[in-house]
Structure formats: structure tokens, C-alpha cells
Design a protein. Structure first.
Length: 386
């Protein structure tokens, strides 16, 4: 990893502290930890994990740039879909994992312009650092709307309205699985002789084994095929079947339907890490200082949601969804041949183009009690592929 930027001494000390905490958990567990648990600790360990500590993560100064950080037009287009669902259900909105707060600010300002403001804009984010940054972002961009915003500590027991998750599911813990000629193995984390983390396989059991067997029956997997299964994503999707009275979840993330996720040519999985705008595959590098992600199996999302009583309302590429929601109309409203227009045009190109984010990122809508076809899926709905 010599090509990656060097962290500060303080950052190295922080990572070493989290490394020690994970080592102690491995030892307490008998010398082996599922990768899902390792990923959970690396990202969310209180005060130490990547998303729980105070390092800047989003934007040019962070480790990666999300769509809302690229241009306000992303939120302006998404607001059209949000307004439609709220008009058909309740004027309530929850954003789960709101990042820097940029999307919240853009949505609020656009919904105000559309005369479709939610009665409340709730944010569920357990990171105190990110909550503070979200507050500051919204206070700077839309101070007159800040009174509509509240922060939640947990999901509500019952909810009607819109739930948004932008690049949320990819950061939920995932198990690593290897399909072998001798059975299905779970790849976990152990300690090498030098005290460093190392890979170690054990027979898969329980719910993970059942999920892996189902995938093996549906997909052609050669011996040695390594990939991810996120039981957490399935559980999160199903949980809304108990909580969503009426409305829709709009989930935006990178991923594939199952037959593409477990394609024979993708036999090493999708695990990826992000550090200072560098992508690399080593999740053991500086835990706590880098993001760890896996792509989303969108078939698993709808299967879990449908099993909990929710409906598939739409599934499309991000590019098609944003076109349907009028992002080009928003771009055309900017004065042409100005610096603002050129910046926005460049960002919109990245959001729409298939070789950029337009095809890799997908939008899935699941919900209950929403009868009218959703704006974002009127053209190019790929729900049949799930």
C-alpha cells in the first residue's frame, strides 16, 4: 500500500487503537471472527470506527465523493420523486445515513420551491460527528428550514411517507463466502503469528449457509467462487415491512441483480476500500481510517422486503431514474456558458453516463400503499430483471 497517502501520527495511533480492540475481540471469540463482525467494528465501533470517529469522509477533502457532493441537481431531481410519494401518503421524510447533510439541504430547499415541504425531515445517523456536520450544513444552506429537521436514535415503530438511503446499503456489514467442491465456507478473520489480521475459512452455518445454498442453486458458481452475502441488508429491508404503514423507500446504491452479482466472471466478489480517493481491496489496511464497502445484491433487497409484505415499486439505473425525474430540465435552468453551468454539466454527465455512475448505481423503490406509477421509473424500469 506504499502508493497510498501517508496518514498523520494521530491517525496512525487511532487506527492502532481500533486494531487492538479488534484483536481483543478475536481472542475473546476463540481466535476467529466473521468478516461481517470485523467490518462492523472497522466502520462502527463506538468512538473508533470509520463512521463513528471524527475524520472527514465526504467531498474533496475526504475519502470519496457522493452524488449530492457533486451537484445540487442530484437532490433537485430526487425531490420531484419525493414530492410525488409524500403527496400520495404523508408529508414525512426520513433519511438514513445522511452523510454531510448536503442531500438534506438540497431536498429541503427544492421541496420548498415545489410547495411540498415535509412536516418533518428526520435523519437517522448514530455518529455524533456526522450529526454535527449535518446540522452545520443545513444551518448554512437553509437556516429557515432547520426547525423541520430532527435527529433520530432509532427507526420509528410506525412510519408513513418517504425513506431515503443514498449509499447506505453498501456500508452495511457483509459476510464473505467461498463455494468449494467440499462445501460452502465462510471466510473470516484470524490472527497471524505476527499479530496481523489474516484470512481463515470455516464451514458456513445457519442463516448464512441457507442463503449461500439458495444462491448456489440460482447461479452458476465454480469451485473457489468468492463473494459476499449481506444478511444485514436483507434484515434491514425486511424490517420496514413491520414499520412502514404507507409510503416508499428510495434506495440508491451501486450493485446488481443477483444473476449479475454472482456472475462467473465476478468470482472474487466486490469488496472494496476507499482511502483518500484511492480504491483498493485490502480491508485490513489501517482499520478505522478507510471505508469498506460491498456492492448490493438488489434481488436480496426485494426478496426480503417482499417477504415482509412490501411491494416493488420500481428498479432502474441511476441515470434513467434521474432523467425521468427531470435532472436535465434543472440543468437547462442554469444560465448557459457560465462557470456554474460547466461545473453542473460535468457533474450531471458523471451521474448519467453508463461508464461513470449512471449504470453501476441503481435506484430501487419498495413500499406499501402507493398505487400510482412512480415518476422515476416511468421509463426504463428493470424490475423484471430482479
Amino acid at each position: 500500500m506504499s502508493q497510498l497517502p501517508l496518514p498523520s501520527d494521530a491517525a496512525l495511533a487511532h487506527s492502532a487503537e481500533l486494531h487492538g480492540a479488534i484483536v481483543r475481540e478475536i481472542e475473546a471469540a476463540g481466535g476467529w471472527l466473521s468478516f461481517a463482525r470485523y467490518m462492523e467494528l472497522a466502520l462502527y465501533a463506538p468512538g473508533l470506527g470509520y463512521y463513528s470517529a471524527g475524520a472527514r469522509k465526504f467531498g474533496a477533502a475526504g475519502d470519496f465523493v457522493t452524488a449530492p457532493e457533486m451537484t445540487a441537481l442530484f437532490g433537485e431531481a430526487l425531490a420531484n420523486q419525493v414530492a410525488q410519494v409524500m403527496a400520495a401518503t404523508q408529508p414525512q421524510l426520513i433519511e438514513v445515513g445522511a452523510g454531510s447533510g448536503r442531500l438534506a439541504a438540497d431536498l429541503l430547499l427544492t421541496l420548498e420551491r415545489l410547495s411540498a415541504l415535509p412536516e418533518r425531515y428526520a435523519i437517522l445517523d448514530l455518529s455524533a460527528d456526522l450529526r454535527q456536520r449535518q446540522y452545520e450544513t443545513i444551518a448554512a444552506a437553509a437556516p429557515h428550514l432547520l426547525s423541520r429537521v430532527e435527529w433520530l436514535d432509532s427507526l420509528p415503530a410506525q412510519f408513513s411517507g418517504v425513506v431515503i438511503g443514498n449509499e447506505l446499503l453498501d456500508a452495511l456489514p457483509a459476510h464473505l463466502v467461498v463455494w468449494t467442491g467440499d462445501g460452502i465456507r465462510e471466510r473470516g478473520v484470524a490472527l497471524g503469528e505476527d499479530g496481523r489480521f489474516t484470512w481463515n475459512n470455516r464451514p458456513a452455518t445457519g442463516a448464512l449457509l441457507a442463503a449461500a445454498e439458495e444462491i448456489g442453486q440460482q447461479c452458476t458458481l465454480a469451485p473457489g467462487h468468492l463473494s459476499e452475502i449481506s444478511l444485514a441488508v436483507s434484515a434491514w429491508s425486511a424490517e420496514w415491512g413491520h414499520r412502514l404503514a404507507q409510503g416508499a423507500l428510495l434506495l440508491i446504491d451501486y450493485g446488481f441483480p443477483r444473476h449479475e452479482f454472482y456472475h462467473p466472471q465476478r468470482n472474487s466478489g466486490t469488496l472494496m476500500c476507499h482511502y483518500r480517493h484511492h480504491a483498493h481491496p485490502d480491508p485490513f489496511y489501517l482499520p478505522g481510517l478507510q471505508d469498506i464497502t460491498v456492492h448490493v445484491d438488489f434481488t436480496a433487497v426485494i426478496a426480503a422486503a417482499h417477504g415482509a409484505g412490501l411491494d416493488l415499486l420500481g428498479y432502474a439505473s441511476q441515470g434513467q431514474f434521474l432523467l425521468n425525474c427531470g435532472i436535465l430540465d434543472r440543468l437547462a435552468a442554469i444560465a448557459p456558458e457560465t462557470p456554474d453551468y460547466y461545473r453542473a454539466s460535468s457533474a450531471v454527465g458523471k451521474l448519467l453516463m453508463p461508464h461513470e455512475m449512471g449504470e453501476l448505481f441503481k435506484v430501487i423503490a419498495i413500499g406499501r400503499g402507493v398505487d400510482a406509477p412512480l415518476l422515476g421509473f416511468l421509463r426504463g424500469d428493470q424490475g423484471h430483471r430482479l
